[in-house]
Design a protein around this ligand. Structure first.
Ligand SMILES: Cc1ncc(COP(=O)(O)O)c(C=O)c1O
Length: 369
């Protein structure tokens, strides 16, 4: 079965892990620091605090905003559960907005109807790596959290996604453009916020064993700054990340090649709506290839691909339709995408034969219509 998402790891990752094992150091340590510095340098970030997941980075991001209890955070309904969970767990209220059906991103127009006197922040998601047009959203004047989980290599103008709003988060889970199995982290415009994330990530203690200093009289004592969960990354994750970072350009080039091939090969299929290419001032990360099949044929299409060895999925089932969020919102584009959308395989672990199989099977479905 050809998988819809994936990453590619090999000897380079093993070699990095080996040096940590040989040093008998698996926890947070020199590799984590090296990854934080290298990642910040690559994306020209003011700094980067590595955490154990993108989900926990979202929670940390909301906490860093220090919003009053119950403040509303506007976010797209078409996103991963963690985005809304983070808002709720931080004591705030998620307010779901619609997305643009072509880009799957929020816009100033989809956000505006959700703004109330209780609005405290806006969370945007660069869906699939297509950059959200940030400027009109920043102009609302609320702090903006950028979820750049899909957008490690995405740029808007000369700035990397994640580095434009007040806080930006990244995910390095097993299928992201830069994959570590699990992992994540955040950047912020204010370097004090990045320092604060480092302090909070270890149960609010601030200092890990690695950082403890014998220069203090009683170096084993610690002050607990705040009640906070443990979100610590470790040097095994960071080892994989360092190797992945060195391969990022090659992986991105391959993702782009697959994307462009699909765009060409599917151009004449009248029943299939292809995703939007990046605009002139955008760099796309090509995290996923999202198509729409209008006319009630999406489910048949997905099952046809599955029967021919190709796994697909729909990211995401809109959150406002999930009973846990008890939302009465009607968001037409999200609901349309829920009926028509499908993610096709695109990742660096696809062989040329896999890509050919996807192309020929998608094209062959035309005869089924
Ligand atoms: C848009 C988005 N945000 C956040 C996350 C959470 O990241 P993680 O899996 O690292 O917790 C994901 C994961 O799939 C995601 O797709």
């Amino acid at each position: 079965m050809i998988s819809v998402f994936g990453s590619h790891v090999g000897d380079e990752e093993l070699a990095e892990i080996r040096t940590s094992i040989q040093a008998q150091w698996m926890g947070i340590g020199p590799k984590t620091k090296a990854f934080e510095e290298a990642f910040a340098k690559r994306l020209r970030l003011p700094g980067f605090a590595m955490l154990d997941s993108g989900s926990n980075s979202l929670f940390m991001a909301v906490k860093l905003l220090n919003l009053p209890a119950g403040a509303e955070v506007i976010l797209p309904s078409l996103t991963w559960i963690s985005c809304a969970h983070a808002v709720v767990l931080a004591g705030c209220t998620p307010v779901f907005c619609d997305v643009d059906a072509q880009t799957l991103n929020v816009t100033a127009e989809t956000i505006a109807p959700c703004i109330t006197t209780r609005t405290g922040a806006i969370m945007v998601v660069h869906y699939g790596g297509k950059p959200v047009r940030m400027q009109p959203i920043l102009e609302f004047g609320f702090p903006v959290i950028e979820d750049a989980a899909h957008a490690v290599d995405s740029k808007l103008g000369d700035r990397y996604c994640g580095a434009i709003g007040a806080v930006g988060i990244y995910s390095f889970d097993a299928v992201k453009n830069l994959a570590m199995g699990e992992g994540g982290g955040l950047t912020a415009q204010d370097p004090d916020w990045i320092a604060r994330a480092r302090l909070l990530r270890y149960c609010g203690i601030g200092k890990s064993g690695f950082e403890a200093s014998a220069s203090k009289d009683r170096w084993w004592e610690y002050n607990i700054a705040e009640f906070f969960p443990k979100f610590l990354p470790n040097d095994i994750m960071a080892s994989i990340g360092l190797a992945q970072l060195r391969k990022l350009d090659a992986h991105q080039a391959y993702r782009k090649q697959i994307w462009e091939l699909y765009q060409r090969e599917f151009a004449d299929l009248g029943w299939l709506c292809r995703p939007q290419d990046p605009a002139r001032d955008e760099q796309h990360s090509y995290f996923t290839y999202f198509v729409r099949v209008p006319g009630g044929q999406r489910d048949r299409f997905a099952k046809y691909l599955y029967a021919h060895g190709i796994y697909t999925t729909l990211r995401y089932h809109p959150l406002h339709m999930n009973p846990i969020y008890k939302s009465a919102a009607r968001l037409p584009a999200c609901e349309q995408l829920n009926e028509e959308g499908l993610n096709l395989p695109l990742h660096p672990n696809l062989s040329a034969a896999d890509v050919d199989q996807v192309v020929s099977t998608v094209r062959a479905f035309s005869k089924e219509l």
